[in-house]
Ligand binder design. Structure first.
Ligand code: PEP
Ligand code: MG
Length: 537
């Protein structure tokens, strides 16, 4: 048995096979010397790629929509493109390995597409590159497609936001990463998915542990590889107790979240994609209090279109069947980077060009988001909120912009609905002027992750500062009190959507302060409701 530690970001016990994720090596393997074998490998890889793409096509069509799925259909057709196949065959005949030939042909074809005048053909450059990358991954035995034959524990150096959006979520029992912080995307995803996870784990990423039996203890921050019988028995027992605890919480399913003295609070969930609504329903959340829409921009090579955004939002609205949905507009920048935004390198990205600062200066990025949100609102209750606000002027500009968007849709005869506009309070500036801001908007949602970072001047991503990052700091508590008082003084509601909302040691404090809503990871809803119902406040 081998064991080690990591920083737990979600509790629970997972038992399953270890899947080590090795990002593909930059050195592609040379030919084995026999072009017949290389050719056979190439054809077999095409077949595997076809099966993967077909499965992905079905999933995308079901969960996101026909238009997005068609991109995959184009890639399936490219696998049989005669020019592409012949070019690879020629290179193999000339002594290249199948992986080298697929890689180089993919790059050459991609460059040729990119140089075309026709906009549609130009856009296919990304598809051919993606298709070739898949072939190379298959040929190299890499797992960047995250193929997992059966449920297991994913071990990685770290996972980028674009990798996390491509994960086969239904197969992952736990994450263990060598890097990452409790605010990294892997951690956020683990909390949404309700699975135990460790970051900063002391673990060697060796192929030799791939496929071995493994246990992750998210309560203690420990993992075991090939556990001995005693450990297995103890962990199985611990998992059983955790399941019993979960079972006991079931009595709170469908109940109102109301304290003993009758104080009612709405318990909503945080999500990143349409896919995550299943966790919202499983967790019995009363709505979605934060949809981090930037996840729709990650893991791709170009901006999503208005249609793609609309389809994703509509899918969430429809699945929620009348429960409220709050969509946060794009919060790219700082830790969440997308190459195609072409953002310049910044010395202080957390204090830089991010969130609403991008939207207010890039109408081309803001417009499709707001149009998609207004259009989705025709299908159920939708509110929009804006990140990183610091001034009343920003809010007025946003309101004016939204008004013009709505008027434009109406003039075009496109169905749209009413959208309440709220703001995130996550800068000390916004908290201090919250009374003025409250006069302008329909609600506040406090992003305590950033509010703590900016109040304490502590980088939330810096693992070295974890011991200093204290969201219970009296300065943060005092700002929370100010925010909720300002909101109520102006007759609007206030919620918390940062991680602090799920902190059970503060539930009574939040009830006392008068918060109207808490939005937390879907898996935390029932225990939070229990805490509210047992509270005397
Ligand atoms: C926050 O800052 O608390 C928040 C909810 O937003 P994010 O974590 O996405 O920055
Ligand atoms: Mg934030």
């Amino acid at each position: 048995m081998r064991e080690g530690t990591g920083r737990p970001v979600f509790s629970g016990v997972a038992i399953g096979k270890a899947y080590v994720y090795f990002p593909r090596q930059s050195e592609l393997p040379a030919s084995c010397g026999d072009s017949e074998i290389e050719l056979k490998n190439f054809n077999a890889a095409r077949e595997t790629a076809r099966e993967q793409l077909q499965a992905l096509f079905e999933k995308t069509r079901r969960e996101i929509g026909e238009e997005q799925a068609m991109i995959l259909d184009v890639q399936i057709m490219m696998l049989d493109d005669l020019d592409f196949v012949e070019s690879v065959q020629e290179m193999i005949a000339g002594g290249a390995s199948a992986a080298q030939a697929a890689h180089e042909t993919g790059d050459a074809f991609s460059a040729a597409f990119a140089a075309m005048d026709d906009e549609y053909m130009k856009a296919r450059a990304v598809d051919v590159k993606d298709m070739a990358r898949r072939l190379v991954d298959i040929l190299c035995g890499g797992r960047s497609g995250f193929q997992m034959e059966e449920p297991g524990i994913l071990i990685a150096e770290d996972l980028t936001p674009s990798e996390t959006v491509q994960l086969p979520k239904d197969k992952i029992l736990a994450f263990v990463t060598r890097q990452g912080s409790s605010n990294s995307h892997t951690a956020i995803l683990a909390r949404i998915m309700n699975i135990p996870s460790l970051v900063q784990a002391q673990i060697a990423l060796s192929p030799e542990i791939d496929g071995k039996m493994m246990i992750v203890d998210g309560f203690e921050g420990r993992y075991y590889i090939e556990p001995d019988e005693e450990t297995q028995a103890a962990m199985t027992e611990k998992r059983k107790r955790a399941l019993e605890h979960k079972q006991a919480l079931e009595q709170y399913r469908g109940k109102e979240s109301v304290s003993k003295s009758g104080k009612k609070i709405l318990l909503c969930a945080n999500i990143g994609s349409a896919d995550d609504v299943r966790y919202v329903l499983e967790g019995d959340a009363e709505g979605v209090g934060l949809m981090r829409s930037e996840f729709l921009y990650l893991g791709r090579e170009d901006f999503p279109t208005e249609e793609e955004l609309f389809e994703a939002y509509r899918s969430v609205v429809e699945q929620l069947k009348g429960r409220p949905l709050v969509i946060r507009t794009l919060d790219i920048g700082a830790d969440k980077q997308c190459d195609y935004f072409g953002l310049e390198h910044e010395e202080n990205p957390a204090l830089g060009y991010r969130g609403i600062r991008i939207c207010l200066t890039r109408e081309d990025i803001f417009r499709p988001q707001m149009r998609a949100i207004y259009r989705a609102a025709a299908f159920g209750p939708v509110s929009a909120m804006f990140p990183m606000i610091i001034s009343v002027d920003e809010v007025r500009r946003i309101k004016e912009f939204c008004k013009s968007i709505r008027e434009g849709l109406v003039a075009e005869g496109i169905p749209c609905g009413k959208v309440d506009l709220g703001i995130m309070i996550e800068t000390p500036a916004a908290a201090v002027i919250s009374r003025e801001l409250a006069k302008e908007v329909a609600f506040f949602s406090v992003g305590t992750n950033d509010l703590t970072q900016y109040t304490l001047a502590i980088d939330r991503q810096n693992a070295k500062l974890d011991a200093f990052y204290d969201p219970h700091h009296p300065a943060v508590m005092s700002l929370l009190k100010t925010i909720v008082e300002s909101a109520h003084a102006e007759g609007i509601w206030a919620g918390i959507c940062g991680e602090l909302g799920a902190d059970l040691t503060l539930t009574e404090t939040f009830l006392e302060m008068g918060f109207d809503e808490l939005s937390v990871s879907p898996g935390r809803i029932l225990e939070l409701r229990k805490k509210v119902c047992e509270s005397e406040v």
